[in-house]
Design a binder for this molecule. Structure first.
Ligand code: NAP
Length: 467
């Protein structure tokens, strides 16, 4: 068998998704000078970049500049974007097997984890992921409504997403207008009556998942004082011992920053951001109309598990926090793809170093791979996806060398394009996306903002003359 990867027979790879893991996978493949690879990237939305567009906070524009690196990948002649083409609907797994030698799933983690407590579905209780997608202009979430007339809000969890949500709720209109937050969210947040935002950590300050630059930023908000209870940042014996033993400078610094906040005298800013530790929500309390009005919390202590990690254990002390809006920010979760083996409890595609595994035999499924959050779970920063994608590409190229690739009946690029054109005549190419990008930036320039996003699919297609 003649292996694909030559000018006469390029290795044809379909990548599902267009976030960081997808682009890093394409980059690792396209930069090989010993192989001719063609990558076709499939994205359900007309816009690429996944969480770089729809997740990274609008007041963190510098992080979004990674898109310039993705532009360079897309400039390769053997790269194509098929935007506004949905896997499982416009193209199926069977179609891809007919047209590609290898398929990579890089679809991220598109839903949220639940707290599993009574009252979680009351009006006014939302996943943080929906709020994030809404303020970032994701078309699927533009009809969401969050009652920002409420004065007190709780954000459950102390990861970086919780920090983003709390910070956006505390930003002043002047701060928000300098970002690319969606116009709808800008208007709603400008009229917000939110006065107090609680961030709730179930473990102590030394176990908080947020990172130091993020927590420092919360202490520098123009319109909100940060409040930390001194007794909640005193380390218990176990945390102190773990910190001393581990000599973990970043965690020591984190605890120092939090202790500094506990000693601050509030400046009297219009809003307060209150960081709590060692508390878990056990119930959301609703009124007669089913609207959340309070949250019952239990105070926790830490205990060491057999594996040595410190976990929360409820005490008999409880309290009630009056809040009218709740965001649970307890982690993202992957969504299964039609016909692709999935581990439901981990929320990831069943895989070994990126090779998709058959659940029955635990052996690799020929020609199918995973990269990014759908492979390893929702952890790490954008850059973490680069080595993650590299590992998947190593597996792909090892398999290629063994001849373990699909044998598509129609491996020519033109055949795939013809199929996609039939299924989705209004597909969005990378050139189309660059036009959309320029239009958004131009709208932003006119408004003195970095960009004004299109937030509806029809609007995007109309702007491109595709509708
Ligand atoms: P995360 O970092 O895993 O944080 C999840 C938080 O939820 C933790 O504080 C966790 O506490 C808590 N939690 C989980 N289950 C809970 C429960 N039942 N009750 C109460 N609390 C619960 O996840 P994330 O914030 O969604 O972020 C995802 C990834 O994206 C992370 O790697 C993050 O660093 C990254 N990210 C980075 C940035 C940035 O660089 N600026 C911004 C956003 C996101 P335990 O620790 O006790 O489990």
């Amino acid at each position: 068998m003649v292996l694909p990867g030559t000018p006469a027979s390029p290795l044809r790879v379909a990548i599902i998704g267009s976030g960081p893991a997808a682009f890093y996978t394409a980059e690792h493949l396209l930069k090989r000078d010993d192989l001719v690879v063609e990558t076709d990237m499939f994205e359900r939305l007309p816009t690429p970049f996944g969480l770089v567009r729809g997740g990274v906070a609008p007041d963190h524009q510098k992080i979004k500049s990674v898109a310039a690196a993705f532009d360079k990948v897309a400039a390769a002649p053997r790269f194509r974007l098929y935007g506004h083409v949905e896997f499982g609907k416009d193209v199926t797994l069977a179609d891809l097997r007919e047209h590609y030698h290898q398929i990579v799933y890089a679809t991220g983690a598109q839903t949220d984890r639940r707290m599993g407590i009574p009252g979680e579905d009351l009006r006014g209780s939302h996943p943080a992921t929906e709020f994030v997608a809404w303020y970032n202009g994701h078309p699927d979430y533009q009809d969401c409504r969050f009652d920002l007339r409420q004065e007190r809000v709780a954000v459950v969890g102390v990861g970086n997403v919780a920090v983003d949500v709390a910070r956006i709720l505390c930003r002043t209109p002047e701060e928000l207008v300098a970002t690319d937050i969606s116009e709808g969210a800008l208007e709603a947040l400008t009229q917000s009556r939110v006065r107090e935002v609680y961030m709730l950590g179930r473990r102590g300050p030394a176990q908080a998942a947020f990172t130091n630059p993020e927590i420092k930023e919360l202490g520098e908000l123009a319109g909100a004082d940060i409040v930390v209870h001194p007794e909640e940042v005193q380390l218990d014996e176990l945390s102190r011992a773990a910190l001393e033993k581990g000599q973990d400078r970043a965690t020591q610094k984190k605890v120092e920053i939090l202790r500094g906040y506990a000693q601050r005298t509030p400046y009297g800013k219009p809003r307060r951001l209150i960081l709590r530790f060692l508390v878990s929500p056990v119930e959301l309390v609703g009124d007669a109309e089913g609207q959340v009005v309070a949250m019952r919390l239990v105070k926790n202590e830490l205990h060491a598990t057999a594996a040595g990690t410190l976990q929360p254990k409820p005490t008999d002390k409880t309290e009630e926090l009056p809040v009218g809006l709740v965001f649970r920010s307890v982690g993202y979760k992957g969504v299964p793809l039609a016909g692709v083996p999935f581990n439901d409890s981990w929320g990831v595609i069943l895989n070994d170093k990126g090779r998709v595994l058959d659940p029955e035999t635990q052996r690799p499924v020929l020609g199918e791979y995973a990269a990014g959050w759908i492979k390893r779970g929702p952890t790490g920063v954008i850059g973490t996806n680069k080595p993650d994608a590299a590992e998947t590409v190593v597996a792909m190229l090892e398999d290629l060398a063994q001849g373990a690739v699909l044998a598509p009946a129609h491996p020519e690029a033109a055949a795939a394009e013809a199929l996609i054109r039939r299924r989705q005549p209004n597909y969005v190419s990378y050139t189309d996306w660059r036009r959309l990008d320029e239009l958004e930036v131009a709208r932003g320039r006119a408004a003195g903002r970095p960009r004004v996003k299109f937030t509806r699919v029809e609007e995007m297609l109309a702007a491109l003359g595709l509708a």
